[in-house]
Ligand binder design. Sequence first.
Ligand SMILES: Nc1ncnc2c1ncn2[C@@H]1O[C@H](COP(=O)(O)OP(=O)(O)O)[C@@H](O)[C@H]1O
Ligand SMILES: Cc1ncc(COP(=O)(O)OP(=O)(O)O)c(N)n1
Length: 292
Amino acid sequence: MNKDKTIEKKKIPCALTIAGSDCSGGAGIQADIKTMLSLGVYASSIITSLTAQNTLGVRDIFDLTRHFLDEQFDAVFTDIYPDAVKIGMVSNKEIVEGIVENLKKYKAKKIVVDPVMVSTSGSVLLQEDAISILVNELIPLATMITPNIPEASKLSGLEIKKREDMIKAAYLIDEKYKGKSIASDSSNLNGKCNKNNRPAILIKGGHSIEDANDLLLYNGELTWFENERIHNDNTHGTGCTLSSAIASYLSLGYDLKEAIKHAKEYITNALKCDFDLGAGSGPLNHAWKITG
Ligand SMILES: Nc1ncnc2c1ncn2[C@@H]1O[C@H](COP(=O)(O)OP(=O)(O)O)[C@@H](O)[C@H]1O
Ligand SMILES: Cc1ncc(COP(=O)(O)OP(=O)(O)O)c(N)n1
């Protein structure tokens, strides 16, 4: 292509989402791209799986092949290299293995892994035999992971009922990754070190019976991100949105804690708009910044 080299190129931050497609637009790739765009970040995508789902649940899942995954990685990373990456639904063993190999091959930076396992409506989004690869090979590449309460229970082996359990679970997960992190950016996250050389852990509190507070364990330090619980049943895609908002803020150059703080505010505002689409648990309003 004959591009005019005399025109000065404007550099805009680029975030990549590697996730499943939700045809109803509430979660997955669609929620991620809406979030990235609303935060002023260029969004690219690598699709792992197609889901036929809506606000009532997941009807069917069709996984992409390893070959097609590799083709997408090559197309994205050799042309518009992302400043940050968000990973969501990875569906099966072959796909997780492919993601691990490609992230290493292209030396991806600032990786936020949302260890999506089961949708809130109860559908399995990660096959059982893929869990150990996610745990032992993908998570060690991550800058941070964002499990919800059921996922944090699975990763830690601890039943989480209250705030203190979230703290115990965070330490148990952290202990597993002692000395195992090989994140290519672990020594250079916006100039800050992951001193312990393992992924930061953010346990999300959306499923808590208490407040919707999220807990971060980062460099051995605990931080709570406390925002009011919004009484809105339309929460489809909150986890996808939070992780893609964090990746967006990281691509904009925010440090980890600032990125989480702003991402949490984004979710709270999107929930406050009280969108009510569909017959079930509806999606968030990503246009809240424009429409209020
Ligand atoms: N009712 C709510 N009010 C305020 N924040 C919420 C609410 N539900 C979820 N969140 C927030 O949305 C984000 C995603 O959390 P969660 O729903 O636990 O994840 P997931 O969608 O992966 O199950 C977290 O920051 C959580 O605190
Ligand atoms: C394609 C796809 N990816 C992820 C999810 C799960 O979305 P999440 O935001 O974690 O939570 P719920 O929407 O299940 O509350 C999904 N449903 N589809």
